[in-house]
Design a protein around this ligand. Structure first.
Ligand SMILES: NC(=O)C1=CN([C@@H]2O[C@H](COP(=O)(O)OP(=O)(O)OC[C@H]3O[C@@H](n4cnc5c(N)ncnc54)[C@H](OP(=O)(O)O)[C@@H]3O)[C@@H](O)[C@H]2O)C=CC1
Ligand SMILES: O=C(O)C1=N[C@H](C(=O)O)C[C@H](O)C1
Length: 257
């Protein structure tokens, strides 16, 4: 049985990972990292810890749905602490330093980083790449919608979609991304790619990438209707990455896309 540890086990997605692993035939929940208090009843023998080192020692692979500072601690345990276990990282909102740390750690252990663990979004990324290239004169506008509790904006998924779009057009996303419009801002420029965030209610996650031209437009939309789409996706890729060599893998690698 593959021993899975969770960072962020008390969170919205982390607690679903605990539920999903209960009936799994190939993997078992071995350890949960708990910062404050865990309300859930755990399977017998699950180790509960607030020490990241114990999380490593008790797991074959760690799934992370937490916050960027916690992800940073996880990655530092690899880079500075000598820990060597496979990682599935789903936490979004990583800063440049944390992204570089991710790259550094992936030279030492296998890491799968995905801003969205759903199959649908993995396919959407590819469709966006195709449409951005083919519809070269169309204006690209990305809108993401999430629940009122989400703390980072825009979503990691929306930023990844924008990267697929800008890469397909040989543009530097940092130079062309627009994150808001207000006032006398002038007409839209040709290459800009806007990424706008909407927050409210209990929306699990909705991403729309629009391609707008004179006379026609195309909108590609993905809607997650259940949060366990992400927990189930993460468990699937955890099983895939556990025996891989050190490298930074994408979800496309795991899904064979
Ligand atoms: N890639 C994907 O498919 C998806 C990614 N996400 C991302 O996953 C992350 C978590 O989302 P969600 O579950 O909704 O968030 P929650 O806020 O519900 O959960 C965050 C978890 O992180 C824990 N945590 C907070 N601070 C620390 C710390 N310093 N050290 C260790 N653990 C800590 C929290 O513990 P406590 O409860 O004690 O505060 C909690 O368990 C977000 O970045 C989100 O964007 C979400 C859905 C899908
Ligand atoms: O915080 C969330 O809820 C989600 N976060 C991820 C993101 O930032 O893209 C993925 C998903 O849309 C849900």
């Amino acid at each position: 049985m593959i021993k899975i540890g969770i960072l962020g086990s008390t969170g919205r997605v982390g607690s679903l990972l605990i539920d999903d692993l209960k009936d799994d035939k190939e993997a078992v929940l071995s350890c949960v990292h708990v910062l404050n208090k865990l309300e859930k009843i755990l399977p017998e023998n699950t180790v509960v810890t607030n020490d990241i080192n114990v999380l490593f020692d008790e797991s074959d692979v760690i799934i992370d749905f937490s916050i960027p500072v916690a992800t940073e601690e996880l990655l530092n345990a690899v880079v500075e602490g000598g820990k060597r276990k496979a990682l599935v990282i789903a936490t979004t909102g990583l800063n440049k330093h944390q992204q570089n740390l991710l790259l550094e750690a992936s030279k030492l252990v296998p890491i799968l980083y995905a801003t969205n663990m759903s199959l649908g979004v993995a396919v959407l990324n590819k469709l966006v790449s195709l449409a951005s290239k083919t519809l070269r004169d169309f204006d690209i506008e990305i809108v993401e919608q999430h629940h009122r509790h989400k703390v980072d904006a825009p979503s990691g998924t929306a930023l990844t979609l924008a990267e697929y779009a800008s890469n397909a057009r040989d543009l530097n996303l940092d130079e062309v991304r627009i994150s808001g419009r207000d006032g006398q801002i002038g007409a839209r420029t040709k290459d800009e790619i806007s990424v706008m965030a909407l927050r409210g209610g209990d929306i699990v996650g909705r991403h729309t990438v629009g391609f707008y031209n004179d006379g026609e437009f195309l909108e590609l939309n993905h809607t997650a209707t259940a949060r366990n789409t992400f927990s189930k996706g993460a468990i699937k890729v955890a099983k895939w990455i556990v025996r891989k060599d050190a490298h930074l893998y994408s979800i496309n690698d795991a899904l064979g896309l």
